[in-house]
Design a protein around this ligand. Structure first.
Ligand code: SF4
Length: 435
């Protein structure tokens, strides 16, 4: 069942009289199961829409959509497809107790893979799902492959029923579906010869595989350390060698690297990152692949917008993963803006020091680091550390944090968004300064 969440004033939805909590039942007689059905079936200019109003009345609308007039409705969040795997490195097992309930949900949802780029394993697909992927052309999908050897993959996923991934990808590829793929590197399980085979098999699937990334497994203090460990520097270097071998072949034969190591893999290997050009369109930057080079590129592009910052004292607060990589980024920013930047690297005391990504830093950590820093005029915090409701992972709100800091605070994905003054509504100025 899908229900209306909001209706924009002046939209077609408002003109029809749709209201929050209206159930959207069917279009042209086809029952609506989820947001995909709604989006694809309501894309026509003319359709019959069957709804149940919040008061229980069933209504059929003959919808004629004039060109360019949006429906203007958002839907209540979909019921997330649960994961049937039990990976040793699962982030849910790595969570401390007493976080928000959604953080304990193991999701594995091809719909969210298509919509938001979440990685899915495709192990929980029913024939009906496969039909929908093809019918709605849900492409590209983001797929966690981990290993193409079915036995190893089942071991990694701890799922004896996981279907073989190569035939699954090949079948969908034959129907025009494309994939970005990843291998989470688990030392002693899917590295070495298994990794080489996986990269070979994916390469052999041809252009349907748009990219593959190799990402070192990330663990927290609470993970199952008796059964899984992080790769050593030497293991990361070996994985990078496998990546380089495949990427070299791809450059020679297909004109682009295709196979990438995550920034973290380079960091843990103690090797320098490739140049920005290596990453092409930075297609897996959200997965931490080329993220640093992408930042540098965005800063260089936006440098003219930084001029008003001259002389300001600005803190950039981030997690330990980005700590070693940030000085080179901030040097470029200081040159472009004339401002002085201080890098503040926070240890994650909620998940433990092994968790180094900025996105999992709790609000309390920012508060503790910044509350007494009245010498600073502006603090940039990683926007990925807050959710859509503007809450940090420890349920501190952005507004509550901003109200208790002595400097202006802005959330930023890539500096250029916050520093060039354009912002995206994420700018917070507790004392009415700037913004
Ligand atoms: S696929 Fe593995 S890591 Fe992802 S949610 Fe499922 S069990 Fe957790």
């Amino acid at each position: 069942m899908i229900r209306v969440h909001t209706v924009a004033p002046g939209s077609l939805g408002a003109a029809l009289g749709l209201a929050p909590k209206t159930e959207l039942l069917a279009i042209n007689g086809t029952p609506l199961e989820d947001f995909l059905d709604w989006e694809f079936l309501s894309a026509d200019e003319h359709f019959m829409l069957h709804v149940r109003s919040p008061g229980g009345e069933e209504i059929e609308y003959d919808v004629q959509r004039p060109e360019g007039w949006p429906m203007g409705i958002t839907l209540e969040p979909p019921r997330i497809r649960r994961c049937g795997n039990h990976c040793d490195f699962c982030f849910v097992d790595g969570n401390p107790e007493n976080l928000r309930r959604p953080l304990y949900i193991r999701d594995d949802d091809y719909r969210l893979s298509f919509r938001y780029g979440n990685f899915a394993t495709l192990t929980n697909l029913k024939p009906w799902d496969l039909d929908r992927i093809v019918a709605y052309r849900l492409s590209p999908l983001y797929v966690s492959v981990h290993a193409t050897d079915p036995v190893v993959r089942r071991w990694v996923l701890r799922n004896p029923e996981a279907p073989a991934i190569v035939p699954q990808l090949a079948g969908l590829a034959g129907q025009g579906i494309r994939f970005h793929t990843q291998v989470v590197l688990v030392p002693g399980v899917n590295d070495g010869a298994v990794l080489e085979q996986t990269l070979d098999d994916l390469y052999g699937l041809g252009p349907a595989i748009l990219s593959v990334s190799v990402v070192p497994v990330a663990l927290t203090e609470f993970s199952k350390h008796d059964v899984v460990r992080q790769p050593t520097g030497a293991e990361c270097r070996a994985a990078l060698a496998a990546v380089a071998g495949t990427a070299g072949r791809a450059v020679a034969e297909r004109g682009r690297p295709w196979c990438y190591g995550a920034d973290d893999l380079y960091l843990q290997a103690g090797e320098p990152l490739p140049p920005a050009e290596w990453y092409g369109d930075f297609e897996q930057r959200e997965n931490g692949v080329g993220a640093v080079r992408y930042l540098e590129t965005r800063i260089a592009e936006a440098r003219d917008g930084f001029k008003a910052l001259g002389g300001r004292r600005i803190a950039v607060v981030t997690g330990a993963a980005m700590g070693p990589l940030m000085p080179q980024v901030l040097e470029g920013l200081a040159r472009a803006s004339g401002a002085s930047f201080e890098l503040i690297v926070l240890e994650n005391r909620l998940f433990g020091p092994m968790v180094t990504t900025a996105g999992l830093l709790p609000g309390a950590a920012f508060h503790e680091a910044l509350r007494a820093r009245s010498d600073l005029e502006l603090a940039l915090l990683p926007a990925e550390a807050v959710n859509d409701d503007r809450m940090f992972i420890d349920d501190m709100s952005v507004d509550a944090l901003a109200a208790d800091l002595p400097m202006e605070m802005r959330l930023s994905y890539e500096f250029a968004d916050a520093l060039a003054g354009s912002g995206d509504g994420a700018v917070r100025s507790p004392h009415g300064v700037g913004g």
